[in-house]
Design a protein around this ligand. Structure first.
Ligand code: M6R
Length: 609
């Protein structure tokens, strides 16, 4: 996601902040900016595109100061543009801020401020924070920030400067990483360790609720009520490459472990389980528009296509709308029946996949309504769709898609419940129940990670096999396909995903003791059916690895190896059951010594037909 760097001390802060931002480039960004206080005025430079554009901007309009904050932005609210780039100020240009995260209640805060006559210059959620700090400011920046944080809900890492207090930076953290670097006669601030490693290895990892005030010589940490907090200074021994991966061996592993947060970021501010309410600001379809939809086509490629296969169950069971799912490269040449009653749901992490984009354009030319689920703001697909629901996963660097997939599943689950609310095809109680199930998923994934060692043991045991069969049924059939794809992509082992009930119509002939079967057998209405399919395989000598629900006391009778996942409702279960399959593919590839993040022959974004 976005990067933050700040500096206060005796050196030129601009050089230090730019250098720190450069170290965060690997995280991906679409614009950047920097702010300083000079001669009692705030000065800001912002540029779209790469950091070199910001540097050129600064060369033309020089900046120098002993205090600065800077930011690289990965767009979430509002397209990549200079106006939306950070830092943002209040209208009087007294307060300047940089922000990572998402402010859930920014729309209502913005409305309130607009009614008070305040004008906004950007489409971001961040700008409201600058306005609020100014509103609360009397003569103490720290107090104004504390009062502001009482009003905002969501996740944030914030760096803030006030032109009237040019000797301090205030920063705050809630569910977004923020680190204070301790120097001699200078102090630093950053969202991530690599930004600071050239300057200091002494770092304080702020905790949720911490608000830090940095001067050149002091670091004071308080909370929202001004209680002082004591935090340990840690000495970081990582080199730069280790720090980029936050200590994980590969980006893919880091991204697998990020999923509790990326899923939460994707539903944050959009679902309200207690009220049974879904609010997806980007969907502008009225109740009448939704009632007039005759059918849905979900169109995508690769992993995104598998998320579409899960979505078919959701659109049909929740919103009661007939749904077909198409591989984009097939859809565009098969002359599907399209008209203005058809809703096309395009799913793409990158928003640039050539076949998916061509499918979108075809559907548009036939007057269909296009709703895209996409991870990259400002991408071609997001620009050309009528409605875009962004997955807030941040840049995905590993070529094998992991967090983008669970982000897509989360977004599609919310969209289907939004349609169901508007169509009244589910009762309020049902909607509440399904929303609560989604709400609980991040914690359940976190719990599952305690068993990663079990997955590693399974990987070691089976990494020498050359063929795998993945089985699943109902909503977990697409997860069998995705599990097989993950293994193929990064370990180059042949793997097939199959609908468990279909196995006896052919693939059963392949079964011998040399082809392990991975079966997703979590609690659902097809549980007994999957178990009897597993029985058919075992009777032919197969070794079976089962992904089972924690409460399943009989799982070890059915599988040779069991990987347990927390219990959940069947419709949300794909988000959980895919996690062990991602980890299994990862560990097998590691055992085999494969290049996990850059598998052979694959590109992250396929922009050719
Ligand atoms: O960017 P997109 O979601 O449109 O990409 C679609 C596929 O190319 C992508 O999911 C691909 O299958 C990944 N390598 C899967 O890990």
């Amino acid at each position: 996601m976005c990067g933050i760097v700040g500096y206060i001390g005796g050196k030129n802060a601009v050089d230090i902040v730019l250098n720190g931002l450069k170290k965060l480039e690997y995280r991906g960004y679409d614009s950047s900016g920097i702010a300083v206080v000079k001669d009692e005025q705030l000065q800001i430079r912002r540029s779209i595109g790469k950091l070199k554009n910001l540097k050129e901007n600064i060369e033309k309009n020089p900046l120098e100061s002993n205090i600065s904050i800077g930011h690289t932005r990965w767009a979430t609210h509002g397209k990549p543009s200079e106006e939306n780039a950070h830092p943002h100020t209040d209208p009087t240009k007294s307060i300047v801020i940089v922000h990572n995260g998402i402010i859930e209640n920014y729309a209502e805060l913005k409305l309130r401020l607009e009614k008070e006559g305040k004008e906004f210059k950007s489409e971001t959620d961040t700008e409201v924070i600058a306005h609020l700090i100014k509103k609360h400011y009397k003569d103490n920046l720290l107090n104004a920030v504390q009062e502001t944080l009482k009003e905002i809900k969501g996740s944030y890492a914030l760096g803030i400067i006030c032109k009237d207090e040019p000797n301090k930076i205030v920063c705050a953290r809630q569910n977004a990483s923020l680190i204070v670097g301790a120097g001699k006669g200078e102090n630093f601030l950053a969202s991530d360790i690599p930004a600071l490693l050239s300057y200091t290895r002494n770092m304080i990892f702020l905790e949720n609720g911490d608000i830090a005030e940095l001067t050149a010589n002091e670091i004071t940490i308080t909370d929202i009520e001004n209680n002082v907090k004591k935090r340990e200074i840690k000495n970081i021994k990582w080199d730069c490459v280790q720090a980029e991966k936050e200590g994980y061996k590969h980006f893919m592993l880091k991204e697998i472990y990020e999923q509790p947060r990326t899923i939460e970021d994707t539903f944050r501010g959009r679902i309200y389980p207690d009220e049974g309410r879904v609010y997806i600001e980007e969907i502008k379809l009225s109740k009448e528009d939704i009632k007039s939809i005759s059918n849905i086509y979900v169109v995508a490629c690769g992993t995104a296509y598998y998320s579409g296969l899960v979505a078919k169950f959701l659109f049909e069971n929740f919103a009661k709308i007939p749904t077909e799912v198409d591989i984009a490269s097939e859809f565009r040449y098969r002359e599907p029946i399209l008209n203005d009653k058809v809703l096309i749901v395009i799913v793409s992490q990158s928003g640039e996949t050539a076949d998916t984009l061509a499918a979108l354009r075809l559907a548009k030319s036939k007057d269909c309504t296009i709703l895209a689920v996409c991870n990259v703001v400002g991408s071609s697909i997001s620009r050309e769709a009528d409605h875009v629901v962004y997955t807030h996963c941040g840049p995905e660097i590993g070529v094998a898609s992991t967090k983008a997939f669970t982000g897509q599943l989360t977004a599609l689950y919310m969209v289907s419940l939004d349609l169901a609310c508007k169509k009244e095809s589910l009762s309020k109680e049902e909607i509440k129940k399904y929303l609560k199930e989604l709400w609980e998923i991040p914690v359940k994934i976190g719990d599952f990670f305690k068993q990663s060692e079990t997955v590693y043991e399974v990987a070691k045991r089976f990494a020498n096999k050359r063929d795998f069969l993945y089985l699943g049924r109902h909503v977990n059939y697409p997860i069998a396909l995705e599990g097989a794809l993950k293994l193929k992509e990064i370990s180059y082992i042949h793997a097939e995903g199959y609908a468990a009930g279909e196995m006896k119509h052919g693939p059963i002939a392949l079964i011998d003791d040399d082809m392990p079967i991975i079966a997703i057998a979590v609690k659902s209405k097809v549980y007994e059916k999957v178990i009897s399919n597993i029985g058919e395989a075992k009777a032919r000598g197969a070794t079976v690895i089962i992904i089972a629900s924690e409460s399943d006391k009989t799982a070890s009778n059915n599988g040779d190896n069991v990987i347990y996942v927390p219990d959940c409702d069947e419709f949300v279960s794909p988000i959980l059951s895919v996690i062990p399959l991602q980890l299994l593919a990862y560990y097998v590839a590691v055992v085999l010594g494969c290049d996990v993040d850059q598998p052979r022959n694959l590109a992250k974004s396929v922009t050719v037909e």
